[in-house]
Design a protein around this ligand. Structure first.
Ligand SMILES: Cc1cc2nc3c(=O)[nH]c(=O)nc-3n(C[C@H](O)[C@H](O)[C@H](O)COP(=O)(O)OP(=O)(O)OC[C@H]3O[C@@H](n4cnc5c(N)ncnc54)[C@H](O)[C@@H]3O)c2cc1C
Length: 517
Protein backbone atom coordinates (compact mmCIF):
# COMPACT_ATOMS: atom_id res chain seq x y z
CA UNK A 1 0.00 0.00 0.00
CA UNK A 2 0.94 3.65 -0.26
CA UNK A 3 2.42 4.78 3.03
CA UNK A 4 4.13 7.93 4.29
CA UNK A 5 6.71 6.29 6.53
CA UNK A 6 7.72 2.83 7.71
CA UNK A 7 9.29 1.16 10.72
CA UNK A 8 9.15 -2.32 9.23
CA UNK A 9 12.22 -4.20 8.10
CA UNK A 10 12.14 -5.29 4.45
CA UNK A 11 13.82 -7.96 2.37
CA UNK A 12 14.38 -5.41 -0.35
CA UNK A 13 14.11 -1.66 -0.79
CA UNK A 14 13.96 -0.31 -4.33
CA UNK A 15 14.98 3.30 -4.95
CA UNK A 16 13.16 4.95 -7.87
CA UNK A 17 9.56 4.92 -9.05
CA UNK A 18 10.17 4.92 -12.79
CA UNK A 19 9.43 1.90 -14.94
CA UNK A 20 12.53 -0.01 -13.80
CA UNK A 21 11.72 0.42 -10.11
CA UNK A 22 8.01 -0.29 -10.64
CA UNK A 23 8.63 -3.49 -12.62
CA UNK A 24 11.23 -4.59 -10.06
CA UNK A 25 8.86 -3.95 -7.15
CA UNK A 26 6.27 -6.09 -8.95
CA UNK A 27 8.69 -8.96 -9.53
CA UNK A 28 10.01 -8.87 -5.94
CA UNK A 29 6.48 -8.78 -4.50
CA UNK A 30 5.29 -11.62 -6.74
CA UNK A 31 8.19 -13.73 -5.49
CA UNK A 32 7.00 -13.14 -1.94
CA UNK A 33 9.74 -10.72 -0.84
CA UNK A 34 8.86 -8.01 1.69
CA UNK A 35 9.27 -5.07 -0.64
CA UNK A 36 9.39 -1.29 -0.28
CA UNK A 37 9.74 1.17 -3.17
CA UNK A 38 10.77 4.76 -2.43
CA UNK A 39 10.27 7.56 -4.97
CA UNK A 40 11.21 11.16 -4.25
CA UNK A 41 8.48 12.61 -6.49
CA UNK A 42 5.47 11.07 -8.19
CA UNK A 43 5.73 7.81 -10.11
CA UNK A 44 7.10 8.48 -13.60
CA UNK A 45 8.79 11.76 -12.62
CA UNK A 46 11.99 10.79 -14.46
CA UNK A 47 12.69 9.44 -17.96
CA UNK A 48 9.75 7.04 -17.68
CA UNK A 49 7.31 9.92 -18.02
CA UNK A 50 9.37 11.71 -20.66
CA UNK A 51 9.84 9.45 -23.65
CA UNK A 52 8.15 8.64 -26.96
CA UNK A 53 6.07 5.76 -25.65
CA UNK A 54 7.40 3.52 -28.41
CA UNK A 55 7.23 -0.19 -27.72
CA UNK A 56 10.31 -1.01 -29.73
CA UNK A 57 10.24 -4.03 -31.99
CA UNK A 58 14.02 -3.77 -31.90
CA UNK A 59 14.16 -2.80 -35.58
CA UNK A 60 15.68 0.59 -34.74
CA UNK A 61 18.65 -1.16 -33.14
CA UNK A 62 18.95 -4.20 -35.42
CA UNK A 63 21.88 -2.79 -37.42
CA UNK A 64 23.76 -1.06 -34.59
CA UNK A 65 22.95 -3.17 -31.50
CA UNK A 66 21.65 -6.67 -32.37
CA UNK A 67 21.69 -7.81 -28.73
CA UNK A 68 19.49 -4.86 -27.71
CA UNK A 69 17.25 -5.56 -30.71
CA UNK A 70 16.74 -9.20 -29.67
CA UNK A 71 15.86 -8.12 -26.13
CA UNK A 72 13.34 -5.64 -27.53
CA UNK A 73 11.49 -8.05 -29.81
CA UNK A 74 11.28 -10.70 -27.11
CA UNK A 75 9.98 -8.21 -24.48
CA UNK A 76 7.71 -6.52 -27.05
CA UNK A 77 5.91 -9.84 -27.54
CA UNK A 78 5.67 -10.50 -23.79
CA UNK A 79 4.32 -7.02 -22.99
CA UNK A 80 1.67 -7.34 -25.69
CA UNK A 81 0.40 -10.40 -23.82
CA UNK A 82 0.64 -9.22 -20.23
CA UNK A 83 0.05 -5.47 -20.63
CA UNK A 84 -2.47 -5.22 -23.46
CA UNK A 85 -4.35 -2.36 -21.76
CA UNK A 86 -1.20 -0.18 -21.97
CA UNK A 87 -0.42 -0.98 -25.60
CA UNK A 88 -1.81 0.12 -28.92
CA UNK A 89 -0.58 -2.41 -31.51
CA UNK A 90 -0.15 0.20 -34.22
CA UNK A 91 2.62 -1.51 -36.18
CA UNK A 92 5.59 0.46 -37.45
CA UNK A 93 6.85 1.71 -40.78
CA UNK A 94 10.48 2.53 -41.58
CA UNK A 95 10.55 4.84 -44.59
CA UNK A 96 13.49 5.56 -46.87
CA UNK A 97 13.69 9.08 -48.33
CA UNK A 98 15.62 10.07 -51.47
CA UNK A 99 18.44 11.54 -49.33
CA UNK A 100 18.80 8.18 -47.50
CA UNK A 101 19.99 5.01 -49.18
CA UNK A 102 18.08 1.93 -50.28
CA UNK A 103 21.29 -0.01 -49.55
CA UNK A 104 20.67 0.76 -45.89
CA UNK A 105 17.13 -0.55 -46.22
CA UNK A 106 18.50 -3.86 -47.52
CA UNK A 107 21.00 -4.08 -44.67
CA UNK A 108 18.22 -3.12 -42.23
CA UNK A 109 15.86 -5.89 -43.39
CA UNK A 110 18.59 -8.51 -43.13
CA UNK A 111 19.64 -7.32 -39.67
CA UNK A 112 16.02 -7.38 -38.47
CA UNK A 113 15.48 -10.90 -39.72
CA UNK A 114 18.76 -12.04 -38.11
CA UNK A 115 17.39 -10.74 -34.79
CA UNK A 116 14.02 -12.48 -35.23
CA UNK A 117 12.11 -9.29 -36.08
CA UNK A 118 9.54 -9.57 -38.86
CA UNK A 119 10.43 -6.99 -41.51
CA UNK A 120 8.43 -6.77 -44.71
CA UNK A 121 9.45 -4.45 -47.54
CA UNK A 122 6.51 -2.74 -49.23
CA UNK A 123 6.33 -0.38 -52.18
CA UNK A 124 6.11 3.41 -51.69
CA UNK A 125 2.58 3.28 -53.15
CA UNK A 126 1.51 0.68 -50.60
CA UNK A 127 3.14 2.72 -47.80
CA UNK A 128 1.22 5.82 -48.90
CA UNK A 129 -1.99 3.85 -49.02
CA UNK A 130 -1.39 2.70 -45.43
CA UNK A 131 -0.13 6.07 -44.25
CA UNK A 132 -1.19 8.96 -46.50
CA UNK A 133 0.56 11.55 -44.29
CA UNK A 134 4.13 10.27 -44.76
CA UNK A 135 6.49 12.12 -47.08
CA UNK A 136 5.23 11.30 -50.61
CA UNK A 137 8.81 11.44 -51.90
CA UNK A 138 9.66 8.19 -50.08
CA UNK A 139 11.50 5.59 -52.16
CA UNK A 140 11.10 2.56 -49.88
CA UNK A 141 9.29 1.31 -46.78
CA UNK A 142 9.47 -1.62 -44.36
CA UNK A 143 6.74 -2.83 -42.00
CA UNK A 144 7.86 -3.95 -38.51
CA UNK A 145 6.02 -4.89 -35.27
CA UNK A 146 6.58 -1.58 -33.42
CA UNK A 147 3.72 -0.40 -31.21
CA UNK A 148 2.73 2.48 -29.00
CA UNK A 149 2.83 2.04 -25.20
CA UNK A 150 1.54 4.39 -22.53
CA UNK A 151 4.42 4.62 -20.05
CA UNK A 152 2.24 6.04 -17.28
CA UNK A 153 -0.19 3.16 -17.50
CA UNK A 154 2.60 0.61 -17.63
CA UNK A 155 4.16 2.02 -14.47
CA UNK A 156 0.78 2.20 -12.72
CA UNK A 157 -0.06 -1.38 -13.66
CA UNK A 158 3.26 -2.64 -12.26
CA UNK A 159 2.80 -0.63 -9.06
CA UNK A 160 -0.79 -1.85 -8.60
CA UNK A 161 0.36 -5.45 -8.96
CA UNK A 162 3.23 -4.89 -6.53
CA UNK A 163 0.88 -3.32 -3.97
CA UNK A 164 -1.68 -6.09 -4.37
CA UNK A 165 1.08 -8.59 -3.64
CA UNK A 166 2.09 -6.85 -0.44
CA UNK A 167 4.62 -4.18 -1.51
CA UNK A 168 4.72 -0.81 0.25
CA UNK A 169 5.23 2.38 -1.74
CA UNK A 170 6.49 5.67 -0.35
CA UNK A 171 6.20 8.62 -2.72
CA UNK A 172 7.46 12.18 -2.32
CA UNK A 173 10.30 11.13 0.02
CA UNK A 174 13.90 11.29 -1.12
CA UNK A 175 16.54 8.73 -0.24
CA UNK A 176 19.16 10.97 1.32
CA UNK A 177 21.62 8.28 2.33
CA UNK A 178 22.27 4.56 2.57
CA UNK A 179 22.49 2.86 5.95
CA UNK A 180 25.94 1.28 6.19
CA UNK A 181 27.29 -1.13 8.80
CA UNK A 182 30.83 -2.48 8.54
CA UNK A 183 30.88 -1.33 4.92
CA UNK A 184 27.68 -3.22 4.00
CA UNK A 185 24.41 -1.58 2.99
CA UNK A 186 21.57 -2.33 5.39
CA UNK A 187 18.82 0.05 4.33
CA UNK A 188 18.05 3.61 3.36
CA UNK A 189 17.86 6.95 5.03
CA UNK A 190 14.93 9.26 4.25
CA UNK A 191 16.05 12.35 6.09
CA UNK A 192 15.81 11.43 9.79
CA UNK A 193 13.98 8.16 9.09
CA UNK A 194 15.98 4.95 8.85
CA UNK A 195 14.39 2.00 7.05
CA UNK A 196 16.26 -1.28 7.18
CA UNK A 197 16.40 -4.03 4.58
CA UNK A 198 18.49 -7.04 3.60
CA UNK A 199 19.07 -5.74 0.06
CA UNK A 200 18.82 -2.33 -1.61
CA UNK A 201 18.26 -1.99 -5.35
CA UNK A 202 19.12 1.31 -7.00
CA UNK A 203 16.71 1.81 -9.92
CA UNK A 204 16.98 5.57 -10.05
CA UNK A 205 17.71 6.15 -13.73
CA UNK A 206 20.34 8.82 -14.28
CA UNK A 207 20.37 9.52 -10.52
CA UNK A 208 21.66 5.98 -9.87
CA UNK A 209 25.22 7.31 -10.08
CA UNK A 210 24.56 9.75 -7.25
CA UNK A 211 22.94 7.13 -5.01
CA UNK A 212 25.68 4.56 -5.68
CA UNK A 213 28.14 7.25 -4.58
CA UNK A 214 26.29 7.38 -1.21
CA UNK A 215 27.13 3.71 -0.80
CA UNK A 216 30.76 4.23 -1.82
CA UNK A 217 30.49 2.90 -5.41
CA UNK A 218 31.22 4.80 -8.60
CA UNK A 219 29.14 4.35 -11.77
CA UNK A 220 30.27 6.28 -14.83
CA UNK A 221 27.01 7.58 -16.27
CA UNK A 222 26.34 10.08 -18.99
CA UNK A 223 23.11 12.12 -18.95
CA UNK A 224 21.86 12.20 -22.53
CA UNK A 225 19.02 14.66 -22.98
CA UNK A 226 16.27 14.03 -25.49
CA UNK A 227 13.57 16.58 -26.37
CA UNK A 228 10.19 15.76 -27.86
CA UNK A 229 7.14 17.55 -29.26
CA UNK A 230 3.48 16.66 -28.81
CA UNK A 231 1.17 17.46 -31.70
CA UNK A 232 -2.56 18.00 -31.25
CA UNK A 233 -3.85 14.92 -33.05
CA UNK A 234 -2.85 11.60 -34.55
CA UNK A 235 -1.26 12.18 -37.93
CA UNK A 236 -0.58 8.52 -38.64
CA UNK A 237 -1.93 5.20 -37.52
CA UNK A 238 1.47 3.50 -37.34
CA UNK A 239 4.73 4.46 -35.67
CA UNK A 240 6.81 6.11 -38.40
CA UNK A 241 10.61 5.80 -38.34
CA UNK A 242 13.27 6.94 -40.78
CA UNK A 243 15.16 3.98 -42.24
CA UNK A 244 18.70 5.18 -41.60
CA UNK A 245 21.18 5.18 -38.73
CA UNK A 246 19.31 6.66 -35.73
CA UNK A 247 19.34 10.47 -35.87
CA UNK A 248 17.39 13.54 -34.71
CA UNK A 249 13.58 13.67 -35.00
CA UNK A 250 13.24 10.42 -36.87
CA UNK A 251 10.43 8.80 -34.86
CA UNK A 252 6.77 9.80 -34.85
CA UNK A 253 4.60 7.85 -32.42
CA UNK A 254 0.79 8.03 -32.36
CA UNK A 255 -0.39 7.70 -28.76
CA UNK A 256 -3.96 8.14 -27.50
CA UNK A 257 -5.25 11.16 -29.43
CA UNK A 258 -1.88 12.85 -30.07
CA UNK A 259 1.39 12.31 -31.95
CA UNK A 260 4.83 12.48 -30.34
CA UNK A 261 7.87 13.48 -32.40
CA UNK A 262 11.36 12.82 -31.10
CA UNK A 263 14.05 13.09 -30.35
CA UNK A 264 17.29 14.97 -29.98
CA UNK A 265 20.31 13.48 -28.21
CA UNK A 266 22.74 15.73 -26.34
CA UNK A 267 25.13 15.23 -23.50
CA UNK A 268 24.20 17.52 -20.59
CA UNK A 269 25.71 18.14 -17.14
CA UNK A 270 24.20 16.24 -14.19
CA UNK A 271 22.90 19.51 -12.66
CA UNK A 272 20.59 20.00 -15.67
CA UNK A 273 18.79 16.71 -14.99
CA UNK A 274 16.88 18.28 -12.09
CA UNK A 275 14.86 20.60 -14.29
CA UNK A 276 14.58 19.26 -17.80
CA UNK A 277 13.08 21.62 -20.36
CA UNK A 278 13.12 21.52 -24.14
CA UNK A 279 14.81 24.62 -25.58
CA UNK A 280 13.71 26.66 -28.61
CA UNK A 281 16.78 25.45 -30.51
CA UNK A 282 15.81 21.83 -29.89
CA UNK A 283 12.27 22.57 -31.01
CA UNK A 284 13.66 23.99 -34.27
CA UNK A 285 15.82 20.91 -34.85
CA UNK A 286 12.82 18.63 -34.24
CA UNK A 287 10.55 20.54 -36.57
CA UNK A 288 13.11 20.99 -39.36
CA UNK A 289 13.89 17.27 -39.36
CA UNK A 290 10.41 16.00 -38.52
CA UNK A 291 8.79 17.53 -41.60
CA UNK A 292 10.90 15.20 -43.76
CA UNK A 293 9.08 12.31 -42.11
CA UNK A 294 5.57 13.79 -42.22
CA UNK A 295 5.32 17.18 -44.01
CA UNK A 296 1.99 18.01 -42.34
CA UNK A 297 3.83 18.50 -39.04
CA UNK A 298 4.70 22.03 -40.21
CA UNK A 299 1.05 23.08 -40.03
CA UNK A 300 -0.15 20.95 -37.12
CA UNK A 301 -0.76 22.53 -33.74
CA UNK A 302 2.00 21.74 -31.24
CA UNK A 303 0.59 21.14 -27.78
CA UNK A 304 3.82 21.23 -25.85
CA UNK A 305 7.51 20.34 -25.74
CA UNK A 306 9.22 18.26 -23.07
CA UNK A 307 12.53 16.58 -22.40
CA UNK A 308 13.93 13.57 -20.58
CA UNK A 309 17.33 12.13 -19.72
CA UNK A 310 18.46 8.68 -20.82
CA UNK A 311 20.25 6.78 -18.08
CA UNK A 312 23.30 5.75 -20.09
CA UNK A 313 26.24 3.99 -18.49
CA UNK A 314 29.58 4.67 -20.15
CA UNK A 315 33.18 3.76 -20.00
CA UNK A 316 34.23 6.86 -21.89
CA UNK A 317 32.20 9.96 -21.15
CA UNK A 318 33.62 11.86 -24.11
CA UNK A 319 31.37 9.76 -26.37
CA UNK A 320 28.13 11.31 -27.64
CA UNK A 321 24.73 10.08 -26.42
CA UNK A 322 23.62 8.21 -29.48
CA UNK A 323 26.76 6.09 -29.77
CA UNK A 324 26.88 5.00 -26.16
CA UNK A 325 25.37 1.59 -25.46
CA UNK A 326 21.74 1.66 -24.36
CA UNK A 327 22.06 -1.86 -23.02
CA UNK A 328 20.85 -3.14 -19.66
CA UNK A 329 23.33 -2.65 -16.82
CA UNK A 330 23.02 -4.82 -13.70
CA UNK A 331 25.70 -4.14 -11.10
CA UNK A 332 26.36 -6.47 -8.19
CA UNK A 333 28.18 -4.06 -5.90
CA UNK A 334 29.25 -6.88 -3.60
CA UNK A 335 31.25 -8.50 -6.40
CA UNK A 336 32.24 -5.26 -8.08
CA UNK A 337 33.02 -2.98 -5.14
CA UNK A 338 32.97 -5.21 -2.07
CA UNK A 339 29.74 -3.55 -0.80
CA UNK A 340 27.29 -6.21 0.35
CA UNK A 341 23.55 -5.52 0.14
CA UNK A 342 23.66 -3.17 -2.85
CA UNK A 343 22.58 -3.75 -6.46
CA UNK A 344 22.06 -1.28 -9.32
CA UNK A 345 19.81 -1.87 -12.31
CA UNK A 346 19.81 0.82 -14.99
CA UNK A 347 20.30 1.53 -18.72
CA UNK A 348 17.94 -0.41 -20.97
CA UNK A 349 14.64 0.92 -22.23
CA UNK A 350 11.02 1.21 -21.27
CA UNK A 351 10.45 -1.76 -23.58
CA UNK A 352 12.87 -3.97 -21.64
CA UNK A 353 11.63 -3.04 -18.14
CA UNK A 354 10.27 -6.50 -17.32
CA UNK A 355 13.51 -8.22 -18.27
CA UNK A 356 15.53 -5.71 -16.24
CA UNK A 357 13.31 -6.38 -13.25
CA UNK A 358 13.72 -10.13 -13.67
CA UNK A 359 17.52 -9.79 -13.77
CA UNK A 360 17.60 -7.60 -10.65
CA UNK A 361 15.17 -9.81 -8.72
CA UNK A 362 17.04 -12.99 -9.68
CA UNK A 363 20.16 -11.44 -8.19
CA UNK A 364 18.34 -10.39 -5.00
CA UNK A 365 16.96 -13.93 -4.59
CA UNK A 366 20.45 -15.36 -5.11
CA UNK A 367 21.81 -13.02 -2.42
CA UNK A 368 19.04 -14.06 -0.03
CA UNK A 369 19.62 -17.74 -0.77
CA UNK A 370 16.16 -18.16 -2.32
CA UNK A 371 15.18 -20.12 -5.40
CA UNK A 372 11.88 -18.63 -6.50
CA UNK A 373 11.17 -18.57 -10.23
CA UNK A 374 10.08 -15.39 -12.01
CA UNK A 375 6.45 -15.39 -13.18
CA UNK A 376 6.15 -11.88 -14.57
CA UNK A 377 6.25 -12.97 -18.22
CA UNK A 378 3.12 -15.09 -17.75
CA UNK A 379 0.91 -13.09 -15.39
CA UNK A 380 -1.23 -10.37 -16.84
CA UNK A 381 -0.90 -6.94 -15.30
CA UNK A 382 -3.86 -5.26 -13.60
CA UNK A 383 -6.03 -3.67 -16.26
CA UNK A 384 -5.12 -6.27 -18.87
CA UNK A 385 -7.30 -9.06 -17.51
CA UNK A 386 -10.27 -10.20 -19.57
CA UNK A 387 -13.44 -8.19 -18.87
CA UNK A 388 -16.96 -9.52 -18.77
CA UNK A 389 -18.58 -8.73 -22.08
CA UNK A 390 -21.39 -6.19 -22.07
CA UNK A 391 -21.95 -2.61 -23.07
CA UNK A 392 -20.33 0.11 -20.95
CA UNK A 393 -22.18 3.35 -20.32
CA UNK A 394 -20.87 6.18 -22.51
CA UNK A 395 -19.20 8.01 -19.61
CA UNK A 396 -17.20 4.89 -18.68
CA UNK A 397 -15.76 4.11 -22.10
CA UNK A 398 -12.76 6.44 -21.95
CA UNK A 399 -11.81 5.03 -18.53
CA UNK A 400 -12.01 1.50 -19.96
CA UNK A 401 -9.77 2.62 -22.84
CA UNK A 402 -7.23 3.98 -20.37
CA UNK A 403 -7.40 1.44 -17.54
CA UNK A 404 -8.88 -1.67 -19.13
CA UNK A 405 -10.37 -4.02 -16.54
CA UNK A 406 -9.34 -1.67 -13.71
CA UNK A 407 -12.17 0.63 -14.80
CA UNK A 408 -14.54 -1.90 -13.24
CA UNK A 409 -13.17 -0.88 -9.84
CA UNK A 410 -14.29 2.72 -10.36
CA UNK A 411 -17.51 3.75 -8.67
CA UNK A 412 -19.57 5.19 -11.52
CA UNK A 413 -22.76 4.71 -9.52
CA UNK A 414 -21.57 6.53 -6.42
CA UNK A 415 -22.50 10.16 -5.74
CA UNK A 416 -21.41 12.19 -8.79
CA UNK A 417 -19.21 9.28 -9.93
CA UNK A 418 -20.30 9.44 -13.55
CA UNK A 419 -19.95 13.21 -13.82
CA UNK A 420 -17.49 14.21 -16.55
CA UNK A 421 -14.87 16.57 -15.10
CA UNK A 422 -12.43 16.86 -18.07
CA UNK A 423 -14.37 16.91 -21.35
CA UNK A 424 -11.48 16.46 -23.81
CA UNK A 425 -10.31 13.24 -22.17
CA UNK A 426 -13.71 12.29 -20.70
CA UNK A 427 -12.31 11.91 -17.17
CA UNK A 428 -15.03 11.36 -14.57
CA UNK A 429 -15.12 11.93 -10.85
CA UNK A 430 -15.04 8.13 -10.40
CA UNK A 431 -11.70 7.97 -12.19
CA UNK A 432 -10.28 10.79 -10.08
CA UNK A 433 -11.40 9.03 -6.90
CA UNK A 434 -9.82 5.79 -8.13
CA UNK A 435 -6.48 7.51 -8.86
CA UNK A 436 -6.38 9.14 -5.42
CA UNK A 437 -7.31 5.89 -3.67
CA UNK A 438 -5.05 3.51 -5.62
CA UNK A 439 -2.15 5.55 -6.96
CA UNK A 440 -1.37 8.07 -4.23
CA UNK A 441 -2.29 11.13 -6.33
CA UNK A 442 -1.79 14.48 -4.56
CA UNK A 443 -1.69 17.15 -7.25
CA UNK A 444 -3.28 17.84 -10.63
CA UNK A 445 0.02 17.02 -12.33
CA UNK A 446 -0.02 13.59 -10.62
CA UNK A 447 -3.63 13.19 -11.70
CA UNK A 448 -2.69 14.11 -15.28
CA UNK A 449 -0.08 11.33 -15.37
CA UNK A 450 -2.53 8.72 -14.08
CA UNK A 451 -5.75 9.75 -15.87
CA UNK A 452 -4.83 12.13 -18.75
CA UNK A 453 -6.82 14.91 -17.09
CA UNK A 454 -5.96 18.20 -18.83
CA UNK A 455 -3.87 16.45 -21.50
CA UNK A 456 -6.41 16.90 -24.28
CA UNK A 457 -7.12 19.62 -26.82
CA UNK A 458 -7.90 22.40 -24.33
CA UNK A 459 -4.93 21.51 -22.10
CA UNK A 460 -7.01 22.32 -19.06
CA UNK A 461 -8.24 25.77 -20.15
CA UNK A 462 -11.88 24.81 -19.62
CA UNK A 463 -11.79 22.05 -17.04
CA UNK A 464 -8.97 22.82 -14.68
CA UNK A 465 -11.00 24.82 -12.15
CA UNK A 466 -13.46 21.96 -11.92
CA UNK A 467 -10.66 19.40 -11.68
CA UNK A 468 -9.01 21.41 -8.90
CA UNK A 469 -12.27 21.63 -6.95
CA UNK A 470 -13.07 17.92 -7.26
CA UNK A 471 -9.50 16.81 -6.49
CA UNK A 472 -9.31 19.08 -3.45
CA UNK A 473 -12.60 17.60 -2.22
CA UNK A 474 -11.48 14.02 -2.78
CA UNK A 475 -8.18 14.72 -1.02
CA UNK A 476 -10.14 16.16 1.90
CA UNK A 477 -8.53 19.62 1.55
CA UNK A 478 -11.26 21.71 -0.13
CA UNK A 479 -9.47 24.98 0.71
CA UNK A 480 -6.43 23.93 -1.38
CA UNK A 481 -8.18 24.00 -4.79
CA UNK A 482 -6.62 27.28 -5.96
CA UNK A 483 -3.15 26.15 -4.95
CA UNK A 484 -3.59 22.90 -6.88
CA UNK A 485 -4.71 24.81 -9.95
CA UNK A 486 -1.84 27.31 -9.85
CA UNK A 487 0.76 24.54 -9.57
CA UNK A 488 -0.76 22.79 -12.57
CA UNK A 489 -0.83 25.95 -14.72
CA UNK A 490 2.84 26.65 -13.94
CA UNK A 491 3.75 23.13 -15.02
CA UNK A 492 1.77 23.44 -18.27
CA UNK A 493 3.43 26.78 -19.01
CA UNK A 494 6.84 25.11 -18.86
CA UNK A 495 5.87 22.85 -21.77
CA UNK A 496 4.18 25.57 -23.80
CA UNK A 497 6.82 28.29 -23.51
CA UNK A 498 9.30 26.86 -26.08
CA UNK A 499 6.55 26.51 -28.74
CA UNK A 500 4.76 29.83 -28.38
CA UNK A 501 3.57 30.71 -31.83
CA UNK A 502 0.46 30.18 -33.97
CA UNK A 503 -2.28 28.17 -32.30
CA UNK A 504 -0.19 27.41 -29.21
CA UNK A 505 0.33 31.14 -28.59
CA UNK A 506 -3.36 31.83 -29.10
CA UNK A 507 -4.21 29.06 -26.67
CA UNK A 508 -1.69 30.29 -24.05
CA UNK A 509 -3.14 33.80 -24.32
CA UNK A 510 -6.65 32.44 -23.96
CA UNK A 511 -5.70 30.30 -20.97
CA UNK A 512 -4.09 33.31 -19.32
CA UNK A 513 -7.24 35.40 -19.83
CA UNK A 514 -9.51 32.68 -18.49
CA UNK A 515 -7.49 32.06 -15.36
CA UNK A 516 -5.94 35.40 -14.42
CA UNK A 517 -7.13 36.78 -11.10
C1 LIG B 1 13.84 11.29 -24.79
C2 LIG B 1 13.72 9.84 -24.49
C3 LIG B 1 12.95 9.02 -25.31
C4 LIG B 1 12.85 7.66 -25.02
N1 LIG B 1 12.02 6.90 -25.78
C5 LIG B 1 11.83 5.59 -25.45
C6 LIG B 1 10.89 4.81 -26.17
O1 LIG B 1 10.16 5.32 -27.03
N2 LIG B 1 10.79 3.49 -25.87
C7 LIG B 1 11.56 2.91 -24.90
O2 LIG B 1 11.45 1.69 -24.73
N3 LIG B 1 12.43 3.63 -24.16
C8 LIG B 1 12.57 4.96 -24.40
N4 LIG B 1 13.41 5.74 -23.66
C9 LIG B 1 14.13 5.11 -22.55
C10 LIG B 1 13.27 4.99 -21.30
O3 LIG B 1 12.45 6.11 -21.13
C11 LIG B 1 14.16 4.83 -20.07
O4 LIG B 1 15.11 3.83 -20.31
C12 LIG B 1 13.35 4.43 -18.85
O5 LIG B 1 12.23 5.27 -18.69
C13 LIG B 1 14.23 4.52 -17.62
O6 LIG B 1 13.43 4.21 -16.50
P1 LIG B 1 14.04 4.19 -15.04
O7 LIG B 1 12.97 3.77 -14.14
O8 LIG B 1 15.29 3.38 -15.06
O9 LIG B 1 14.48 5.69 -14.77
P2 LIG B 1 13.55 6.95 -14.44
O10 LIG B 1 12.26 6.87 -15.13
O11 LIG B 1 14.38 8.16 -14.68
O12 LIG B 1 13.23 6.78 -12.90
C14 LIG B 1 14.15 7.04 -11.88
C15 LIG B 1 13.37 7.55 -10.69
O13 LIG B 1 14.23 7.63 -9.56
C16 LIG B 1 13.80 8.71 -8.77
N5 LIG B 1 14.86 9.12 -7.86
C17 LIG B 1 16.03 9.72 -8.18
N6 LIG B 1 16.75 9.95 -7.09
C18 LIG B 1 16.02 9.50 -6.03
C19 LIG B 1 16.22 9.49 -4.63
N7 LIG B 1 17.34 9.97 -4.07
N8 LIG B 1 15.25 8.97 -3.83
C20 LIG B 1 14.10 8.45 -4.37
N9 LIG B 1 13.87 8.46 -5.70
C21 LIG B 1 14.81 8.97 -6.52
C22 LIG B 1 13.44 9.78 -9.78
O14 LIG B 1 12.58 10.77 -9.26
C23 LIG B 1 12.81 8.96 -10.90
O15 LIG B 1 11.39 8.93 -10.81
C24 LIG B 1 13.54 7.11 -23.91
C25 LIG B 1 14.29 7.95 -23.07
C26 LIG B 1 14.36 9.30 -23.34
C27 LIG B 1 15.10 10.19 -22.39
Amino acid sequence: MFIEDSHKEYDVIIIGGGITGAATARDCALRGLKTLLVERGDLCDGASGRNHGLLHSGARYAVTDPEGARECISENMILRRIASSCIDPTGGLFITLPEDSLDYQEKFIKACRDCGIEAEAITPEEALRLEPAVNPKLIGAVKVPDASVDPFRLVDANILDAVRHGADIIKFREVTGLVKENGDVKGVQLGDTTIRSRQVIIAAGIWSAHIAEMGGAHIDMMPSKGSLLIFGHRLTRMVINRCRKPGNADILVPGDVVSVLGTTSDKVPFEDCEDMKATSDEVNVLLNEGIHLVPELSTTRIIRAYAGVRPLVVADSSASGRNVSRGIVLLDHEKRDGIKGLITITGGKLTTCRLMAEMATDLVCEKLGLKIPCTTARRKLPGSEKRKSGKDPVNKRAAVGRHGSEADMMDFNGKGGGEIICECEQVTRAEIEYAVRNLGVRSISDLRRHTRVGMGTCQGSFCIRRVAKVLAEVLGTPDKALELMNDYLQERWKGMSPVLWGDTLREADYMHKVHRK
